[in-house]
Design a protein around this ligand. Sequence first.
Ligand code: PLP
Length: 406
Amino acid sequence: MNRVIVNLDALHHNLTAVDGWMSRHGARWTLVTKVLCGHHDTLAALHALGVRSVGESRLDNLRSLRDIDPDQETWYLRVPSRTSISDIVRHCNVSLNSESEIIRGLNEEAERQNKTHHVVVMIELGDLREGILPGALVDFYDQVFHLPNIEVLGIGANLGCLAGVIPSIDQCMQLILYRELLELKFGHKLPLISAGTSATLPLVLDGQLPREINHFRVGESVFLGTDLVNGGTLPALRDDTVSLEAEIIEIKRKSLIPTAETGAVAPFSMEQENEEIAPGQRGYRALVGVGQLDTDIGGLTPENSAHQISGASSDITVVNIGDSPGGLSIGDTIRFRPNYAALVRLMGNRYIDRVVEPDLKSFRQTLPGPGTVQLAPVVDPPGEEKGGVEGPGADPDRHPRTARNR
Ligand SMILES: Cc1ncc(COP(=O)(O)O)c(C=O)c1O
């Protein structure tokens, strides 16, 4: 059987560590769970740990979250399409936006649903995905800040997701200045600067990030431990949260390189590192029943460092396992660590089982009490006046509803 295993103890560890970094920085944060593709047991475990603010980009996943806890705060991270407006208002508390026409649509829909919808205005800072150009910010804001059923929580940016732009202090300072400009010009406070993704965590750890950056949307580093800027794993995080276990369906000693003429015939040809393989060299090759249809095979690393992926077709991956079978036979499994690209495809794949370890019930029993992490809602955190969105040491003026000039 092929399955993805989510290690809940490792996930708990990473969540607690990142939550500690956020509190030390004085920021709130939202856990970006979209990589789980709505996997119920992992989402339920996160809820049991105290996660109450989650970021998603698929409406179906948001519905799964609402099934676990209808009051959970949900952030819609993909800029909304016109056709998704009514669902976004129904299922999400906050959305990230860069089109004024869409914000007007959200306002009309929120009025129909008798709600206030919260938005963060996204600014383009170089990664060239979503975001309005800084020069258009004042006009844009002028069009949206007075809408009666819209609450502009603040401004934000997305870095690293498309072009791989590395977040810098300079970009964060730009955001701080843009907020000052809007606050001075329009005379009311914008409580949130939501600048962070996993790629910002190294700056947080260095203690370099200005405290005005007070909201983060973090996914990958929690689920995989990744240090997106320097490579490897962030200090104190675990990289063993998720494994792919794939069943061996053939194991035989064969030549390690093709024994006949090759051409551009294979649809999924992968770069093979053959330099260390001598002509005619033989070794054990294990075939596992997971292929390119299931995941990004190039994003898998065998957990056993002696194993090496030789190649993959749509349904089969071939692993060179060495000069001996190493105790493996058919029916046994080989384990791999997925990177983010591989993981997201595995989690969205209907052919692969996804399980948590320990099982949800046993995991819940290991927890000392409800909500060990306390990742609180950003918009209306418990114990604060309605509308409070600042972290510890907050400026009391920056309350979106109380400071509002409608
Ligand atoms: C808008 C937005 N914010 C935050 C994130 C989280 O990024 P990461 O998983 O690198 O922490 C993503 C990516 O999934 C995103 O698209």
